[in-house]
Design a protein around this ligand. Structure first.
Ligand code: C5P
Length: 238
């Protein structure tokens, strides 16, 4: 939403075109329901409830575009939602979303699979962008010890856990910076990784455990349990 003293315009890209093979469900992951609502709907509702998003572009498997349009209609027209086909890899889906995105000052990229992300975290990412940060990601301290291994499974190193963060979404960017990063056409497992390749600073703000990515059947059980205990997401008061 545009605010009186603020010229920013925020577009959220929602990659939802994954097959979700690791989840073990028959439907593509973003369409798997939790507490009666598909993950995609929950993710869209969270973005809208944050009160800081002006337009949403969702990227889904080509054969599910119509179904996704129906879901977005259910979002109630409070924020315009566009639906486009994603690609083979997440990076291809985000590139397709970026191509379809309207003019904006800032772009968020937010996985549909992080369906329970609190609206307040989304608002904090946008607040950092509005404060002048060009790239910002939420991250949590790592609780497991992480080791690098070679192809034979032999440990090659143990990085200091204190300097590591597990990165979540939404990841937020100055729109022009993200477009330049995507023009690089190099591999990366997240959007900030592409921006890092440009040499730009990426800032980390505290993440939220509820923004976990629903990837495995265990994650899905957890999401069901959490949603059973949770009221409807609260709009962020401004
Ligand atoms: O596979 P993973 O869980 O890392 O996917 C993260 C997000 O990216 C999910 O919301 C998934 O739907 C999306 N994705 C996509 N296009 C792909 C693969 C994943 O939009 N080709």
């Amino acid at each position: 939403m545009n605010h009186p003293h603020d010229e920013s315009r925020v577009v959220a890209l929602v990659p939802a075109a994954g097959r979700g093979v690791r989840l073990g469900e028959t439907l593509p992951k973003a369409f798997v329901p939790i507490g009666g609502s598909p993950m995609l709907t929950l993710a869209i509702d969270g973005l809208i409830a944050s009160g800081v998003v002006d337009h949403i572009v969702i990227m889904v498997p080509a054969e599910l575009i119509e179904r996704a349009r129906d879901l977005s209609t259910l979002a109630g027209g409070r924020v315009p939602v566009s639906v486009v086909a994603g690609g083979a890899e997440r990076i291809d889906s985000v590139r397709a979303g970026l191509a379809a995105a309207p003019e904006a000052t800032h772009v968020l990229v937010h996985d549909a699979a992080r369906a329970l992300t609190p609206p307040s975290l989304i608002a904090e990412v946008v607040a950092a962008l509005r404060a002048g940060v060009r790239a910002v990601v939420p991250g949590l301290p790592v609780t497991d010890t992480i080791k690098s291994v070679d192809a034979d499974g032999v440990v090659t190193g143990t990085p200091d856990r204190g300097g590591l963060r597990a990165i979540q979404t939404p990841q937020g960017f100055e729109a022009q910076l993200l477009r330049e990063a995507y023009a690089l056409d190099v591999p990366a497992t997240d959007d900030a990784g592409l921006v890092e390749r440009l040499g730009a600073h990426v800032h980390v703000i505290p993440g939220d455990p509820m923004a976990f990515k629903i990837t495995t059947p265990l994650d899905l059980h957890l999401a069901h349990a959490l949603l059973a205990d949770r009221p409807v997401p609260q709009a962020v008061s401004r």
